[in-house]
Ligand binder design. Sequence first.
Ligand code: G6P
Ligand code: MN
Length: 439
Amino acid sequence: PFILSIAGGGSTYTPGIVKSLMVRLQDFPLAEIRLYDIDEARQNTIAPVVEKVIRDHSQSIKFTVTSDPEVAFSGAHFVFAQMRVGQYKMREQDEKIPLRHGVVGQETCGPGGLAYGLRTILPMVELIDLVDRYAHEKAWIVNYSNPAAIVAEGVRRLRPDARVLNICDMPVAAMRNMGAILGVDRRRLEVDYFGLNHFGWFTRVLVDGEDKLPELRKHIATFGLLTEDAAKTDPQHSDPSWVKTWRNIKPIMDHFPEYLPNPYLQYYLMPNQIVEHQNPDYTRANEVMDGREKKLFAAAEEYKRTGILPDAFHVGVHGEFIVDVACSLAFNLHSRHLVMVENRGAITNLPYDAVVEVPAYITSEGPEPIRVGQVPLFHQTLLQQQLASEQLLVEATIEGSYEKALQAFTLNRTVPTMEHAKAILDEMIEANSDYWPAL
Ligand code: G6P
Ligand code: MN
């Protein structure tokens, strides 16, 4: 049985992930679960809920809650990382500062994502070093921390040999929706996909060897990538904001019907429409703080008072996916998943050392990407520009370079002019004074 540490134990996602672990104990046996967070108070609020989830399934799994990295990681076989540097308060700034300049306000796309990257790269490297110091020598870090593309590139540059697998649940969430539309379990889909994290395209959706993309295209033309009753089946990805996000695939496919876009492409391809519908005084961070976060804290409070845990957290593909990936790493299953990997020729017309998101077979030594080949000029160009923006941001972080940060902001497709880039960057430098390296 494994020792698993969850870094970012105080996250609202932790109970859902642990629930996913509990229903898969046969496949992924656990001796101990450890929660680790630098925000002790927050973690102590969530921990009783997590403990209850564990005890409903197992009396024998040891449960540890700590803010001491040595306690958290000593001898650990797996670390699930989900840090949010600056928490939702800073997400709010990432979203609101660009919006004040008429630019998309989003936690991973556009200036918000770049700002979040500048906060996260170095703390992520610190975490890797702590795991390296204390954990089992073959330990894997499975990393959900955002902004995933930038974090992955930062890790590749600063700790190239670390056993870190960077993942995102957006492709698998899209596959869940595809499965729901097609009436088949998502695990029966085999997809081809290329791109970067939050910036890519599905090119084939096979069910028993048959490509269902044409059928999906017809559905999307009316409904977007969502069944009519999705709202009933998945609370996380069907709250009103997420419904809008899944529906917005439609205009992209109307114009470019060949492939099926990752929903995040809407921020880059139709930024004006997005900005028009965003409220600069109340963004997604506010929705999450007033919704998911409040609900979980209230449930924790009620549990403390009554001993009864209300059903207040979401279990879905987010938790299922990280457990699937961990199983494949643990037992060398060679399961096929969409993950972030160094390109190394998988996409022949993108740089060899770019971090890309493609299907890969997950072995105990890490992901083995499939060969994608050449991507069309249109997509290659979009990808190359996004990649350059992300790489420059990583270099800005490492070198403390204002100029490179400004280049990263200027190159981002959501940012219309150099003047916008500079105005937003300068405001963000002030807002992030507790977090960013000096530029
Ligand atoms: C998806 C993405 C994550 C992102 C999350 C935001 O799961 O893959 O990268 O953090 O959505 O969701 P939220 O509900 O917090 O806006
Ligand atoms: Mn993601």
